[in-house]
Design a protein around this ligand. Structure first.
Ligand SMILES: [Zn+2]
Ligand SMILES: [Zn+2]
Length: 224
């Protein structure tokens, strides 16, 4: 069972597994009330990646429910505050400044590989951040920011899948490789960190990968 919670900052998902009930992502700081209204008990928190808009409330929620937080080990230094992401461009600078206004509590997560879920495979999808992960159950993928869904025509409600912005990716080359890997799947239902769930074909993801790869080549040509 997967249930979406629309939190401030991002979509979070409650997943039911034989191993327990887990909250996937937590939004920006200040979401504890929204989560505790929606659910009485959780057995753990899984962070798809260490960005502020997904991990911001993890500490307060874990304290409230007395549960562990799990994340891929490559993102641990960013969650514990040892390292910081750098974002590029005007919007990137703006986001950095906004994050300083309401700081996220740092924490030391457990390694997500220690978590043994029955109905979900945890897959490493690096590029957006080094330790980005997705949770795959049959043909449904909770993907964090590896793919995002955008309402194309507001009133007709057509949802389109896009790649995550180059300016916010940790490594665009690695990210393009991850998209190629994902494109080998025929068709999946994507449950993204931002936007509504959407079905997507491998071909569509392959096009996003190609565009990302071409963008990387262009930048390398400009700055040899
Ligand atoms: Zn995000
Ligand atoms: Zn992100």
């Amino acid at each position: 069972m997967i249930e979406r919670l629309k939190l401030r900052g991002c979509n979070a998902y409650l997943i039911e597994d034989d191993a327990g009930t887990f909250l996937v992502d937590t939004g920006i700081p200040g979401n504890l009330r929204n989560v505790s209204k929606a659910v009485k008990e959780i057995d753990g928190i899984i962070i798809t990646h260490a960005h502020y808009d997904h991990a911001g409330s993890a500490y307060e929620i874990s304290e409230h429910f007395s549960c562990q937080i799990y994340a891929h080990e490559d993102d641990h230094p960013y969650l514990s505050g040892e390292r910081e992401f750098s974002f590029r461009g005007f919007v990137g600078n703006l986001v950095k400044r906004l994050e300083k206004l309401r700081k996220m509590r740092n924490f030391h997560p457990k390694n997500v590989s220690k978590l043994h879920l029955q109905s979900f495979d945890i897959i490493h999808l690096p590029g957006h951040t080094p330790g980005s992960i997705g949770l795959m159950s049959e043909k449904v993928l909770i993907c964090g920011d590896v793919l995002r869904a955008v309402r194309k025509m507001l009133f007709l409600g057509k949802t389109e899948v896009r790649a995550s912005s180059r300016n916010f990716n940790w490594n665009n080359e690695v990210y393009a490789k991850t998209l190629y890997r994902l494109s080998e799947i025929d068709r999946i239902t994507v449950m993204p960190g931002h936007g509504d769930q959407v079905d997507v074909d491998g071909d569509v993801i392959r096009k996003l990968a190609e565009r990302m790869e071409n963008g990387v080549a262009e930048i390398q040509e400009k700055n040899p």
